[in-house]
Design a protein around this ligand. Sequence first.
Ligand SMILES: O=C(O)CCC(=O)C(=O)O
Length: 273
Amino acid sequence: MLSVNPLHFDVDTALAHYAGHGYARLGVLLSEEGLAALRERADALMLGQVSYPGLFFQLDASTGRYEDAPLGLGWQGPSLDYRKLEKLELDPLFRAWLENPLFERIARARIPGDIVLYRSILFHKGQAGGSNLPWHQDGGKLWGITQEPELQIWTALDDAPEDGGCLEVVPGTHHQGLVTALGGVIPPDQVAARQAEAHRVLLPVRAGEVLLVHNHIWHRSGRGRPGQRRRAFSVCYMSASTRCVRKKKAPRVFPPVFRQALGTNDGRSDKED
Ligand SMILES: O=C(O)CCC(=O)C(=O)O
């Protein structure tokens, strides 16, 4: 599925930018065939033509407002109006993409030892434009784990133009850590105090492009352009030493993705945030 040679591709430049700014562009990495296969599979999952027990679905809000997206309903029948699908590691095509050798090189440069997935997730803005996603950070108590993950690799499955649901970031905000212990959506007074609107950087992408996104960078996305869907696949990698601390349900067991080869060092780069 890769459109570049994973052994020779320069990851150092992107990793240095990611460490300094909290995000990085890797360019188009997904081949045309790979793109077609993942788009088709994303829709087959939404339409129930392919299904796996345990796949998570969230319908989008018909109002276009993030706050109105229904919680806890899960699968509601075939629809191309789902906002989010999680546990895509269950699907062999998405699994093949998230464990490609280039992503492995990147993950190993940041994460020592065995590597697991916190989540692999499709973010979708449907035909009507979907909904916005407000400024947020991916971590904190909401995530219910013993250490904060930092590495997310985000792949555009459709074009995401400036006025059509591209990711937006406030560069450097990952250096300050979490704004609230809970994590998630950033309170409006903090958004105003940090002048997020003035300092934001838009990241328009073409289908097949890949971004590195630090979990703590402030990021958001607007609505899609009506009539132009926007699918993106986001994967959070973390150390296998991370434990789930939730108490109400049985603790999560995180799916392994890259095991450390016996007799090698962990390949961790010496670049630090
Ligand atoms: O794709 C989007 O609109 C949001 C992505 C995101 O928030 C993430 O990958 O953490």
